[in-house]
Design a protein around this ligand. Structure first.
Ligand code: FPP
Length: 240
């Protein structure tokens, strides 16, 4: 397809990758089997981004609520993240992917945080596509942490409280360098936001898809993006 196919592509797509557990259970396998299958899809969807005109892909890998899962699942996921970051480094660097992490690192294992820091550093000059991984991320937690940092600046006399507006707070969010998502996709048939990018998705389009994340192919991704380009976004204005 030519240039026109990407003319109205969403610049920033965010994905809630849901359904790994059900996908595995349907096959009589442990839930972690589904997470491993899900990790393979991350690479496929990321690879599809440049050809689809998507500059930013943000994925919800682990929420602040996911700690409530069994110890086996949580530690299996943490191991999977470490393995993924280690094994994918070379491919991500070569593919021109700039990787960032959002979420609170305080509760994460120090070896995992070291891998995250290293990957951010190694890929920070890449410009082909931006991958943001939300790890120990919650939208409310992010706004609370941002507010705390902003309050410190106010207390230190560096910011006049009267000058604080939405744009001021946005500068303290984990996502301060990213544009807001144009499109948020959630797989597995659940129609919830689940504390993902609450502030940033104020004007995003939502697409809830029945497919379980490990079955979400590059072709289906292309179909969802094509559907997006046919919709009109008004940002609160009346139709023109
Ligand atoms: C939701 O499915 C999925 C997660 C909480 C984990 C997402 C993680 C991956 C896709 C692994 C790969 C990520 C990276 C960054 C390599 P679920 O377990 O809630 O599924 P269910 O609703 O069917 O139980």
């Amino acid at each position: 397809m030519g240039k026109d196919s990407t003319r109205n592509a969403p610049e920033h797509v965010a994905i809630i990758m849901d359904g790994n557990g059900r996908w595995a259970q349907a096959r009589g396998k442990p839930r972690l089997f589904g997470h491993h299958a899900g990790a393979k899809r991350v690479r496929e969807i990321l690879e599809a981004c440049p050809e689809q005109g998507v500059k930013y892909l943000t994925i919800f890998a682990f929420s602040t609520e996911n700690w409530k899962r069994t110890q086996t699942e949580v530690s299996g996921l943490m191991k999977l993240f470490k393995r993924y970051l280690t094994h994918e480094t070379k491919a991500l660097v070569e593919a021109g992917v700039c990787v960032r992490f959002i979420g609170d690192r305080i509760r994460l294992d120090e070896n995992l945080v070291a891998l995250m820091d290293e990957l951010e550093l190694l890929t920070c000059h890449n410009t082909k596509v931006n991958l943001t991984v939300a790890l120990n991320y919650g939208g409310r937690d992010e706004v609370a942490r941002a507010t705390k940092r902003l309050a410190r600046e106010v207390a230190a006399g560096k910011i006049d409280p009267e000058s604080v507006d939405a744009e001021t707070l946005a500068r303290f969010l984990d996502t301060y360098v990213l544009p807001d998502p144009d499109l948020v996709i959630r797989t597995s048939g659940e129609a919830r936001i689940s504390n993902f990018l609450l502030w940033q998705s104020a004007y995003s389009e939502y697409e809830f898809i029945d497919t379980l994340w490990p079955d979400f192919t590059r072709d289906e991704f292309a179909r969802v993006l094509a559907g997006y380009t046919n919709r009109e976004r008004r940002f609160g204005a009346v139709p023109g």
